[in-house]
Structures are given as structure tokens and as C-alpha cells.
Design a protein around this ligand. Sequence first.
Ligand SMILES: *Cc1c(COP(=O)(O)O)cnc(C)c1O
Length: 285
Amino acid sequence: MTIYFIDGQFTEKDGVKISIDDRGYYFGDGVYEVIKVYNGELYTAEEHMTRLFQSASKIKLAIPHTERQLIEIAEELVKKNEIDTGHVYMQVTRGATQRLHHFPETNVSPVVTAYAILNPRPLTNLKDGVATKTVDDIRWLRCDIKSLNLLGNVMAKQEAHEAECAEAIFVRDGIVMEGSSSNMFGVKGGVVYTHPATNLILNGITRRVVMQLCADLGIQVEEKEFTTEEAFEMDEFIMTSTTAEVTPVISIDGKQIGSGAPGPITMKLQEAFAKQLPLAVIGKG
Ligand SMILES: *Cc1c(COP(=O)(O)O)cnc(C)c1O
């Protein structure tokens, strides 16, 4: 039986009561994180918790825990559910109260919900690469917040899914932004490009790890806008996220990128990424 963390308690899902008045349910009024678990260990947990608090602060939500306490809750979930390779999902909503748009009075506590689930590494996608589809970025102007409001992302992913693509690539005014739940990198002439970490994208933890790995490997990396047309002409293309890791993108809108297979810089980054993971055996799922 899966053990969840719901509003202060470790409990089985079936016994759980979440209020109909939870603002997460009414408004998507909350923030979240997904933290990967390798070999029973949380990966970059501090970075994720720091971002959770930053997201919360940007929507003026005061989380009634410390970062350390939330990491301990995540660790406890991993242990209780015997998660080897998987992830922890954690969200915080502004709490439950009568449905009024403005914030509730201060006596309403935010609600923390979390679970840990088995989820193997995406080894087939990592090896073969994935197809993607561009979609209009119809989201709001605070994409830097990892908000529970994901309707724009959901619509985009569905459009990609219907086109048998693994991910949607958001395009705003002709510029490639990011994926529906991932960040995008293009490689051209040995230089790695990705959209700057502005209000228009979510600054992924994996994105930051990959940029650091580029620096470590002596690969030039630039936070610089590029267009869809430029994306089609890249030598290599990569999507990154906590669960996707460093996934090669081998086509966009049915157009083959580079050789149509994972490129040399992509594979170098994959290797470097895998090396710094807390894996028992490198390359094992
Ligand atoms: C979570 C997310 C990412 C990837 O961030 P990671 O920290 O690498 O998992 C990218 N874009 C969006 C829109 C996201 O929600």
C-alpha cells in the first residue's frame, strides 16, 4: 500500500480527506516539485526545495515548514515506500476555505501533499531519442514559477501526444522557449544554446546541471534565444528534466534534426550526467 504525506500526516491514500475547498482544487493556487530518486537517494533535493520556496514566495505563499523538514518528509516517503528508482512529487496549496479569489485570512494553513513512486530511468528514449512538436506558447508571463496551474502545459502535451510526439516545444513570437515540462537545448557548430532563464521559462534544475557539465567538459554554452527555423537547422537538439534527464530530440515537427540520431555532444553530456548520479551501477535503470 502506498504511503502518502497529506497535510501533516503519513497515511494510506484511501483514508485521506482533502477538502473540496482546497484552493489547489479551485484555482490551481499552489506550487510543486518533482525530485528524482536514484538508488533510494534523492537527487539535487536542496536545489528543488530552494526552488519550491522561491515559487511559493513569488505567489506570496508562506510554506509552514523549513526546506530541511520537507526534504526529511521526502526521504521518509522514499523509505516507507521502498523506492529504489523513482521520484517524489510534492505540492503546497494555499489551503482550504470558502471559494473567494483573494487570499484567505491568515488562520488558513497551506496544505502540503506528497508521495513517492517507482519510475525507471527512460533508457529507451535516452538511447534512441524522441520526436517533438512545436506549439504556440499561450501560457501566462510567469513561467518561472512552478505553479499548479498547468492548463497551457496540459493542452500542449496533449497536442504533442496526439501527434505521437514525446514532448511539445513552446514557441512564443517565433522563439523557442522550453518544453511543456522540460527545457530545450540546441547544438550548432559545437556551441550549446538554450533560452535565458527569464520569466518566460522554468529554470530547470536539470538545465542548470547540464550547463555546469558543459562548463566542466569545456563545451561552450550560451543562454541565447533562437527561432524555430534555427532549431530545425541545429546539429543536435536536447530536452532536459528531472525525469527525462538528457534526452536527445531527433525530430521537430516531423523534420529530422542533424543525423536523426543522438549526436556526439548529446552523448557526452548523457555520459557526464550519468556519472554524477547516485547510481549503484552506472547505466543501470
Ligand atoms: C519542471 C519543469 C521543467 C524542468 O525542470 P527540472 O527541474 O529540470 O525538472 C521545465 N519546464 C517546465 C515548464 C517545468 O514545469
